[in-house]
Design a protein around this ligand. Structure first.
Ligand code: MN
Length: 236
C-alpha cells in the first residue's frame, strides 16, 4: 500500500479504537440473497438455492442470535467472535460459522460469474500456485477429499500469500481450531445439502459446475481488503 494510504488506514484504526468501537463491527444481519433463486441455473438449481438460503442459512442465523443473546458476545462483530475465542461454545462455533460461511458463499457467486480472475489476484495466484489451472486443481482436491460435511477455501495468509485449505462442519479459517488460519476470500460449501437434489452423490460434478458461477471481481475485492487489513496492523 502507498504510504499515504497506509497512514490514512492507521489514523482510521486509531479513531476506531479511541471511540471504543474497534470490536463492535456490523450488527448481525441476515442479508438478502443478491440474486434470484434460479439465477445460478443450470449450475446450481433453484430448489437447492431456495432450501439452502431460506431453511439452512436462516436456521444458522436464528440459532446464532439465540446463542449470543445476553452474553458478552452480543455486541461484537462475528469475525471478532470467531477469531478471538480459544474454545468457542459449540452453538456459536456451529451457527456463527454457518452464518459467516453462507453469507460469504452467496456473495462469491454470481449469474455473471465464471472465467478467471484478473489483476493483482491473478498475479498472486500464479506466484503461489504456478498457474490458475494448478490452483483450481488444488481447490478441487480440497473440496473433493473433505470427508463428510465441510468447506473448501482460498485464503490470504498474514504475509499476503494465498493458500487452499478445507475445514469440517461449519468451521472456517478465521477460527483458532483451523489447521491453518487466514482470511477466506473464496469458499465452497460441500455439505450434501448444497448439491444433493441435482447432483446426488456426484460431488465432483458440483465442484466442476461451481467454477461457472464464481464471482471473481468480488473475490478480488476481498483479496484487496485482506491485504489492507494486514498492512494497517503491521508496524512501519
Ligand atoms: Mn450450506
Amino acid at each position: 500500500m502507498k504510504s499515504k494510504l497506509k497512514k490514512t488506514a492507521q489514523a482510521f484504526l486509531v479513531i476506531m479504537m479511541a471511540a471504543g468501537t474497534a470490536a463492535a463491527g456490523e450488527p448481525l444481519e441476515f442479508k438478502p440473497l443478491p440474486y434470484a433463486f434460479d439465477a445460478l441455473e443450470p449450475h446450481i438449481d433453484a430448489r437447492t438455492m431456495e432450501i439452502h438460503y431460506t431453511r439452512h442459512h436462516q436456521a444458522y442465523f436464528n440459532n446464532l442470535l439465540k446463542a449470543v443473546e445476553g452474553t458478552e458476545m452480543a455486541g461484537r462483530s462475528l469475525e471478532d467472535i470467531l477469531a478471538s475465542a480459544d474454545a468457542l461454545p459449540a452453538a456459536v462455533r456451529n451457527n456463527g460459522g454457518g452464518h459467516w460461511n453462507h453469507t460469504m458463499f452467496w456473495q462469491v457467486m454470481s449469474p455473471e460469474g465464471g472465467g478467471e480472475p484478473e489483476g493483482a489476484l491473478a498475479e498472486q495466484i500464479i506466484r503461489d500456485f504456478g498457474s490458475f489451472a494448478e490452483f483450481q486443481k488444488k481447490f478441487n482436491e480440497a473440496a473433493a477429499t473433505r470427508f463428510g460435511s465441510g468447506w473448501a477455501w482460498l485464503c490470504v495468509a498474514e504475509d499476503g500469500s494465498l493458500f487452499v485449505i478445507s475445514t469440517p462442519n461449519q468451521d472456517n479459517p478465521l477460527m483458532k481450531a483451523a489447521d491453518r488460519r487466514g482470511t477466506p476470500i473464496l469458499g465452497l460449501d460441500v455439505w450434501e445439502h448444497a448439491y444433493y437434489l441435482k447432483y446426488q452423490n456426484l460431488r465432483a460434478s458440483y465442484i466442476e459446475a461451481f467454477w461457472n458461477v464464481v464471482n471473481w471481481p468480488e473475490v478480488a475485492s476481498r483479496y484487496a481488503a485482506a491485504g489492507q487489513k494486514s498492512e494497517s496492523l503491521s508496524p512501519d
